[in-house]
Design a binder for this molecule. Structure first.
Ligand SMILES: [Zn+2]
Length: 584
């Protein structure tokens, strides 16, 4: 049937174009409409040119209407399209508590630069960043690098963390490094000591533990502040060795949680033995987590602390210090644990594995570091969307790689072009090819406007044969006489097939014929129109194969879909194409 006279088709185009126009500020776009129509009417695939022209005419008419007019037509004729759109509206984060109390929302992400960032940090980063953006506030990056001994910071990770945040599109507005701020922590420790709200405990650790479990004060606790100030100065001057003196913040000795009672705030570190990578041997006394974090949250004006619920006890500890200093504790939102099954998230194991050569680097595909996800072609948008959908709820959430892939696929599918890749290649000779085939393969089936990859298949010799690469996995076990369809080309009958070569003969062109005999569809690449291609898989093994020649025009960092294989990211391109496998 001629397109022009198919009224049902015309009506479908009108509906699709209007719906598209309403979604795009009154301007429908040809590509997506063509794609949608072809999706519903695959029979018109061989008439895309004609179809595109018809669609363009309809769209010209529709785009000349005002957006209000378009909306009223849709509302009257297809009201269900509007409700569907509303339901699909993007999910937003629930509001933060007590925003009105503060002039401006300030959030912070505070990593220890003792490892690169991985998927386990995504929730803290995305929530803190997006909440700051949602309220036009400030997102602070604070490096918590005050443990030169056990969780030692490493210089290269400061930059890697900055790079990861940039990639995640969560750039901070302000940045602080705690190892620059020791004099600030010293000042506040001294004030706490002077006011009798903290003391320098020189007891043996075991003795202190025993007393605190019995809810009893240690012998130091009731000494005069002058005595503690003197001990404090000795701490600063390096006159105590490690473990000999600890500044403790006074709390309630009867607090039901023994871990809260008189918690440690400052300790001595042997700086000769454990020099800090940024400030070297300059300091002997180092703040512990709750002092540095608590002081900074107040001084940096953090209004909303958004973190995992494993920090609930830290809030209880810090609230004692806030009361001593006359401060008000910020709003705190504690979300539940986010587990990603199968993701490798132990920081110490990642660092050790890379240092010892078990992993090839911070971006080894087996790791769930942002560097590895980036190299594999997981998009930052997919990570962000997944985190926003989970939100800040307090219940624990278990996600899988498949969940992340589903988000990623939604982003990649419409934008990524398709190519053929033949893994485990085998040469197939097809005989009796009746003519020369000019083949035009769409870069994307729903976006014919993006163009095609073009190949000419010309039969040679007396037997009119053509040579193609196909995957051994597809044909090596074929039965003699079996019909197979070469995707978008023609149907063939297998004559012989073994591990080394295969022969077949031409049967017919029609897709219907293939469908009738339920022929399997396989992809192919003309011999001579190919390039070698290695795909690095998530387990770090390599699948070798052949990619079609059109891939030579790609540039590194491009995402492509190898049909019937999966999405890959082009990693390097020279005589050989090296790609990283993203997902199926
Ligand atoms: Zn003591």
């Amino acid at each position: 049937m001629a397109l022009e006279t198919d009224t049902e088709l015309k009506e479908l185009i009108r509906k699709t174009a209007l719906s598209n126009a309403v979604k795009h500020d009154g301007k429908a776009q040809v590509g997506p409409v063509v794609g949608k129509i072809l999706g519903e009417r695959p029979g018109y695939r061989d008439k895309t040119k004609e179809l595109s022209a018809l669609i363009s005419t309809v769209i010209n008419d529709i785009n000349s209407l005002s957006l209000d007019k378009q909306k009223s037509i849709v509302a009257e004729e297809w009201p269900e399209l509007l409700t569907k759109e509303r339901a699909k509206e993007q999910k937003h984060l629930p509001p933060l508590p007590n925003v009105d109390k503060y002039g401006k929302v300030v959030t912070r992400f505070s990593p220890n630069p003792d490892c690169v960032l991985h998927l386990g940090s995504a929730r803290a980063i995305v929530l803190c960043h997006d909440y700051a953006r949602m309220y036009e506030g400030t997102f602070v990056l604070r490096f918590e690098d005050t443990d030169p001994k056990i969780k030692r910071p490493v210089l290269e990770f400061y930059d890697r963390i900055r790079e990861d945040l940039g990639w995640l599109q969560c750039k901070p507005d302000e940045e602080y490094i705690q190892s620059d701020r020791l004099p600030i922590y010293y000042g506040h420790s001294e004030k706490l000591i002077k006011d009798g709200n903290a003391y320098v405990c020189t007891c043996d650790r075991e003795l202190f533990r025993k007393l605190i479990l019995e809810q009893k004060p240690c012998p130091c606790r009731d000494c005069l502040p002058e005595e503690h100030l003197a001990r404090w100065r000795q701490m600063l001057e390096g006159e105590y060795s490690e473990g000999e003196a600890v500044v403790r913040v006074k709390t309630d000795l009867n607090h039901p949680n023994p871990a809260v009672r008189d918690w440690p705030a400052m300790r001595v570190v042997d700086s000769e033995k454990y020099p800090h990578p940024r400030v070297g041997t300059k300091y002997h006394a180092w703040p512990l987590y709750n002092l540095a974090c608590g002081v900074d949250d107040h001084l940096l004006g953090i209004t909303h602390i958004i973190r995992g619920k494993e920090h609930l006890t830290n809030q209880v500890r810090q609230e004692f210090m806030y009361r001593h200093l006359g401060w008000t504790y910020p709003e705190a939102i504690h979300y539940g644990r986010l587990k990603i099954t199968g993701a490798y998230l132990s920081k110490s194991k990642i660092v050790q594995g890379v240092r010892e050569g078990q992993f090839k680097g911070w971006d080894d595909p087996r790791l769930a570091t942002f560097a590895a996800l980036r190299r594999r072609g997981i998009t930052p948008g997919a990570i962000k969307k997944m985190i926003i959908d989970v939100g800040p709820k307090t219940s624990d959430v278990i996600l899988s790689w498949e969940n992340l892939y589903a988000y990623n696929r939604k982003i990649l599918d419409p934008i990524v072009n398709r190519y053929f890749f033949v893994q485990n290649p085998l040469e197939l000779t097809v005989k009796n090819v009746p003519k020369t085939f000019e083949i035009h393969l769409n870069l994307h089936p729903e976006h014919p406007e993006r163009g095609t990859r073009n190949y000419t298949l010309k039969p040679e010799g007396k037997e009119r044969s053509a040579a193609l690469w196909v995957s051994r996995n597809d044909v090596a076990h074929s039965r003699e006489g079996q019909t197979v369809r070469l995707m978008e080309l023609f149907n063939i009958k297998i004559e012989t097939a073994n591990m080394y070569a295969a022969e077949a003969s031409f049967v017919s062109e029609s897709y219907e014929d293939a469908k009738n005999v339920k022929a399997s569809l396989i992809h192919w690449i003309p011999v001579g129109k190919d390039m070698p291609c290695d795909v690095v898989m998530p387990e770090a093994n390599i699948i070798e194969g052949i990619a079609e020649e059109a891939c030579r025009k790609l540039s590194p960092d491009t995402m492509v879909q190898f049909e019937r294989f999966g999405f890959v990211r082009v990693d390097a391109l020279n005589a050989k194409l090296t790609a990283y496998y993203t997902q199926g």
